[in-house]
Design a binder for this molecule. Structure first.
Ligand code: UDP
Length: 240
């Protein structure tokens, strides 16, 4: 355990992270690779909580654009995160990783309801806890959920996994050859520089809580382990 920088983490996986190249739904080889990486850091003794997004099947905003009531569309989005969470639970368990899914909207037949103290107990017992259903409230995001849950369970860091981007850049590295990567930033820098990292609710919550947030590339094998061991990959964002 001594070479670990972070001992209790919240790993944020967007829905797209599960979709792989398909861009939609769940890509079996992709979710398998992610599960194996989680298994590997679990073996190191890290306490792992996971917040899963739902953008691979549904986003509230897109539903609203179709003319749907926003809150209703957001509830569908929350259900999408629960589907992803159950899929991730299944594949983690088949890799011998003990898990519990806790939902913010009660679904007692398939998962536990979110109970903070119980979640912490699971983590202490070495179970991976998957927080499903976002915050349980429309108009929020799973980025906000990860910051909120990280504060509630007193996590050491939030690992914000990105697809194919290895940190926060001054501008889009795909279109601007002068774009440079930041190693460290504060939430205030992000606002002042107009960088697009998280939604503003998630950013302001993060600013208040001061839990380091590491933005890193999920698509490079072994990166989750590198982050928990404190290797300088990605961009670390601090609250203050
Ligand atoms: N959502 C919500 N409240 C929450 C979290 C999520 O209403 O607390 C809904 C919202 O409609 C969102 C969808 O669930 O568009 C999927 O979540 P998110 O967009 O955060 O997923 P990701 O982009 O990480 O895949």
């Amino acid at each position: 355990m001594s070479d670990l920088k972070y001992k209790r983490i919240v790993l944020k996986l967007s829905g797209e992270a599960l979709a792989g190249d398909k861009g939609y739904g769940i890509n079996p080889p992709t979710i398998k690779t992610i599960a194996e990486e989680i298994r590997d850091i679990h073996k190191l003794g890290i306490q792992i909580a996971i917040v899963v997004g739902g953008g691979n099947t549904w986003r509230g905003e897109a539903g609203a654009e179709m003319g749907m009531e926003r809150a209703q569309a957001d509830y569908i989005g929350m259900l999408a995160t629960i589907m992803n969470s159950l899929a991730l639970q299944d594949i983690l368990e088949s890799n011998d990783v003990p898990t519990r899914v806790q939902t913010s909207i009660e679904m007692r037949q398939i998962a536990e309801p979110y109970i903070r103290r119980k979640a912490v107990r699971h983590l202490e017992k070495g179970r991976v806890v998957i927080f499903a259903g976002g915050t349980g409230n429309p108009y929020f995001s799973t980025d906000t959920t990860s910051v909120l849950r990280a504060a509630e369970i007193d996590a050491d860091a939030i690992l914000m996994a990105k697809n194919g981007v290895d940190g926060i850049y001054s501008s889009d590295p795909n279109t601007d050859e002068n774009a440079h990567k930041f190693d460290e930033l504060t939430q205030m820098d992000i606002i002042n520089k107009g960088l697009n990292v998280m939604d503003t609710t998630a950013s302001s919550l993060s600013m208040d809580n001061d839990i380091p947030l590491v933005v890193f590339n999920l698509n490079k094998e072994g990166n989750i382990e590198k982050v928990v061991k404190g290797e300088n990959i990605g961009t670390t964002v601090r609250g203050k």
